[in-house]
Design a binder for this molecule. Structure first.
Ligand SMILES: *[C@@H]1O[C@H](CO)[C@@H](O)[C@H](O)[C@H]1NC(C)=O
Ligand SMILES: *[C@@H]1O[C@H](CO)[C@@H](O)[C@H](O)[C@H]1NC(C)=O
Ligand SMILES: *[C@@H]1O[C@H](CO)[C@@H](O)[C@H](O)[C@H]1NC(C)=O
Ligand SMILES: *[C@@H]1O[C@H](CO)[C@@H](O)[C@H](O)[C@H]1NC(C)=O
Ligand SMILES: *[C@@H]1O[C@H](CO)[C@@H](O)[C@H](O)[C@H]1NC(C)=O
Ligand SMILES: *[C@@H]1O[C@H](CO)[C@@H](O)[C@H](O)[C@H]1NC(C)=O
Length: 620
């Protein structure tokens, strides 16, 4: 019945599209047929017994071509077979050492290395969800990650040993065992794992060990920074893993492609769209990198015949900023998948590096909807069509930015935004579009739910994102509502930054926000602060707090000293005016400070510094 309707809907749409939207007819058709095919496959996975997970997909690939290269990393190659064997050893070592059993959560605090992949596969073989920790986090945020996912074990890369040592007493208090991916370690309370893995048997593990895993079970926890400050663990079920892994397929990636991954594997972009997406394609090779390097990127692509790349807004700009070369267009990259690129960078990227299909997508780790730019319309994240709205019943509603809430009619219902008008994206929560939510965070889950949207008693997922639909049905991403902003491709939670700032002895209150800087995507961190009675702003102490507790991208580069902080009627700090005023020292009369990385302190923001920043003499 479901399939029948899907196909009918598809046919109806084809006719409809042809008449209504002739210019995009071909692209609409290709895309719609692809998503219908994938929809049918996902339905298959929902019903098949025993459950077929992405791990089973990997194991099938191992059977088909054990010697084919799965991973390239720093000049070494690992075949499908080798990765499989390694993951068997990991699973057996963990089973013997910690008695891990189905359902136990293990936190991974690992760098982007092949071992990330086989440790995850090993856990999947035991039916254990992995919690993927961002390797930039530390102290309070790191400890918090355990309380949301319930992990009792953490596996740590040797280069992250110091970060873990800092919180070791607290970890031990919570009964968390720490395993270092090394053969030796002299710190009491840190166990080694590499020695145990190398001694373990490489025999395959029985699927009975994961017999209870099904499409609704938790496969992963992926952390997103939330408005409350501390990271929130989005629960990624196997259904979500499949849905996200299909993105490559819907972008036209084939089994012969070679995929370049330089985004962190702890994010959904690198892990789900990049890595498990490649497993779904069945025959791809992955070119894995520790981190992003603009200067190496194209040489790597040429060397390894890379055909598919991923980006986040900033990375395309970094590539465009590298010195021009004669061989810029000499490569085999044909598809770029990602999100958050500015349209001018997009155009520059294409004119410089040649005919690459840029597949801009919109999706949130915890959300229940995705859009994909499958046409060649610059600036659009996707296109509204009948099949898509049927799969994902979404709507854009009028939103009051200042009050940060939807506009409601006299009957208390939300109002649909007109075409061309920016609105809040909300998606009906249904069986097909479930909202799984965050682990152990009822309050945050409630905040993402919106009731009485178009009818009394209905229930929607509030994406917290503002989008606009144009008259040709193209969708454009406008902004994120409220308290999180993005800088260098990372979400910065303003309250987390505020919590750190007030550790400085002179600061009473802090209101953190992001401001635009000419020529940069995203917003850079800025804070308006009030000082304690009788205190002066202490540049060095504030600098010390910020640098010891916040990752580089989250540190406020500008500080504005205010006599008091303006709040709304509901005591929320007002940010809109502050954001507009930015750090323009000719306009703002309050004292302003700038985080000077060379001098290792905050310094008063002078006209000269301001000019150097806007003319990009000072790199941010
Ligand atoms: C571990 O042992 C190797 C030699 O086997 C040595 O080079 C290394 O420094 C040791 N590491 C630690 C942390 O003790
Ligand atoms: C896998 O890729 C190889 C070449 O890379 C190709 O010869 C083979 O047909 C592919 N197999 C499948 C199942 O796509
Ligand atoms: C990338 O990784 C290399 C090697 O681990 C390191 O030296 C470099 O600092 C890293 N770059 C960034 C931007 O993190
Ligand atoms: C890349 O492709 C060329 C020609 O198609 C081939 O000669 C070369 O061996 C390939 N390189 C790698 C690393 O596979
Ligand atoms: C959509 O893709 C096309 C072609 O790949 C590209 O030119 C266009 O800029 C994209 N739109 C957005 C918003 O990225
Ligand atoms: C900064 O403020 C001054 C004075 O209000 C104004 O003339 C100037 O355009 C502003 N600069 C920017 C970049 O907005």
């Amino acid at each position: 019945m479901y399939m029948c309707f899907t196909v009918l809907a598809g046919l109806a749409l084809l006719t409809f599209s042809f008449l209504k939207n002739f210019p995009y007819f071909g692209e609409d058709c290709t895309y719609i047929l692809r998503i219908i095919k994938l929809g049918i496959r996902l339905l298959g996975y929902k019903t098949i017994k025993p459950f077929y997970s992405i791990l089973d997909c990997f194991l099938d690939a191992v059977k088909r071509h054990p010697t084919k290269i799965f991973l390239h990393f720093e000049g070494r190659e690992y075949s499908y077979g080798e990765v499989d064997v390694q993951s068997n050893k990991v699973a057996r070592a963990l089973q013997a050492e910690i008695r891990l059993k189905e359902g136990d959560v293990v936190a991974l605090f690992l760098a982007n290395e092949p071992s990330f992949v086989w440790i995850w596969l090993g856990l999947a073989k035991l039916g254990c969800p992995a919690a993927l920790l961002n390797f930039n986090i530390r102290s309070k945020s790191l400890l918090h990650c355990f309380s949301c996912c319930g992990a009792k074990v953490i596996i740590v890369s040797p280069e992250l040993q110091d970060t873990v040592e800092e919180v070791l007493p607290m970890l031990r208090e919570q009964g968390i065992s720490v395993y270092l991916l090394s053969e030796n370690c002299s710190i009491q309370g840190i166990n080694t794992l590499l020695d145990k893995i190398s001694q373990a048997s490489d025999q395959p593990l029985s699927p009975d060990l994961r017999a209870n895993v099904n499409i609704r079970s938790t496969a992963l926890y992926i952390y997103t920074s939330g408005t409350t400050g501390l990271p929130k663990a989005a629960v990624i079920t196997h259904e979500r893993v499949w849905a996200a892994s299909f993105l490559q397929a819907s972008c036209g990636v084939t089994a012969e492609d070679i995929i370049y991954i330089n985004l962190p594997l702890y994010h959904s972009a690198g892990f789900l769209i990049g890595m498990t997406g490649a497993i779904e394609r069945g025959n791809c090779s992955l070119n894995l990198h520790r981190n992003f390097s603009a200067s190496q990127f194209w040489d790597d692509c040429r060397k390894y015949n890379v055909t598919v790349m991923q980006y986040i807004g900033e990375t395309l700009r970094y590539l465009c900023n590298t010195p021009k070369k004669d061989n810029d267009k000499n490569h085999k990259v044909r598809i770029a998948i990602g999100n958050g690129v500015r349209t001018d960078i997009w155009s520059e990227f294409l004119s410089r590096f040649g005919d690459i299909q840029v597949r801009e997508l919109y999706a949130a780790t915890e959300g229940n909807i995705g859009f994909l730019n499958y046409t060649s319309k610059i600036g659009a994240v996707g296109r509204a069509n009948f099949v898509h709205s049927w799969f994902f019943p979404y709507t854009l509603i009028k939103f009051d930015i200042e009050k940060e809430e939807p506009v409601r009619s006299s009957e208390g219902l939300c109002i649909k935004a007109a075409k061309g008008e920016t609105g809040l994206l909300v998606v009906k929560i249904t069986h097909r579009t479930p909202f799984v939510g965050y682990a152990g965070n009822h309050q945050q889950n409630e905040k993402k739910r919106l009731r009485n949207v178009l009818e009394k008693g209905d229930l929607y997922f509030n994406t917290g994102d503002l989008l606009r639909l144009d008259h040709e049905n193209f969708l454009y991403f406008q902004d994120r509502v409220g308290d999180t902003f993005r800088w260098k491709g990372e979400n910065v939670a303003t309250s987390e930054v505020a919590d750190i700032l007030i550790l400085a002895h002179c600061i009473l209150e802090a209101n953190v926000y992001g401001v635009k800087v000419e020529g940069h995507e995203g917003r850079i961190g800025m804070a308006a602060v009030t000082l304690k009675e009788g205190e002066e702003f202490d540049c060095l102490d504030t600098y010390k707090q910020v640098v010891s507790y916040l990752p580089a991208y989250a540190r406020p580069r500008f500080i504005r000293i205010q006599p008091c902080i303006e709040t709304t009627g509901t005591f929320k700090m007002k940010k809109v005016r502050l954001v507009e005023e930015g750090f323009n020292c000719t306009y703002i009369k309050d004292p302003l400070y700038f985080l000077d990385l060379e001098k290792k302190t905050y310094v008063p923001l002078t006209e000269e510094i301001y000019r150097a920043i806007t003319s990009r003499e000072i790199k941010l």
